[in-house]
Design a binder for this molecule. Structure first.
Ligand SMILES: [Zn+2]
Length: 158
């Protein structure tokens, strides 16, 4: 099954918000077999791949449900790229995941994200969204910049 992560935030004087290349993505995960949700944030990234125990394939996340012990996997869909967020105030697709035996049910933005000034091309390359918002100052524009009101949702891809 393919699951798309949709992201929404209010961007103030910044655009092209995107996780860094080596970003560690944190999710709440529901088991597709017993439907229990692990209370811990479980993370994976685009670089690391692990062997599945029941096939020759690899995935960015190979985990075993701590309740029913079934193995499940998730990986970044190779046919979709991570997209820069530009559409302030509206949901936009950020990434697509190929999941087997699990569902991603929540996403917690942390660090590090990148963005640039809307009018200035000033680069911000150490944005931390762990607190759910971020504020800085664009010296070139002489204006405050910020990210607030983050929301996420998941939708099944056809
Ligand atoms: Zn389970």
């Amino acid at each position: 099954m393919k699951l798309a992560l949709y992201f929404k935030a209010d961007l103030e004087n910044v655009t092209d918000l995107v996780p860094a290349e080596d970003y560690e993505w944190h999710f709440k995960i529901e088991c597709g077999s017993c439907h229990e949700v692990d209370e811990n944030w479980i993370s994976f990234n685009r670089q690391d791949e692990y062997d599945m125990s029941n096939s020759r394939g690899q995935a960015n996340l190979v985990m075993r449900c701590k309740f029913c012990k079934r193995e499940s996997t998730a990986q970044f869909d190779p046919s979709s790229k991570v997209t820069s967020y530009t559409d302030s105030g509206k949901f936009q697709k950020l990434a697509v995941f190929d999941v087997r035996g699990l569902e991603l049910v929540d996403f917690a933005p942390r660090d590090t994200w990148l963005a640039k000034g809307t009018e200035t091309d000033t680069r911000f390359d150490d944005i931390d969204l762990l607190e759910g918002e971020w504020a800085d100052y664009d010296e070139t524009a002489g204006e405050p910049v910020g990210i607030t009101n983050i929301e996420v949702q998941f939708k099944k891809e056809k």
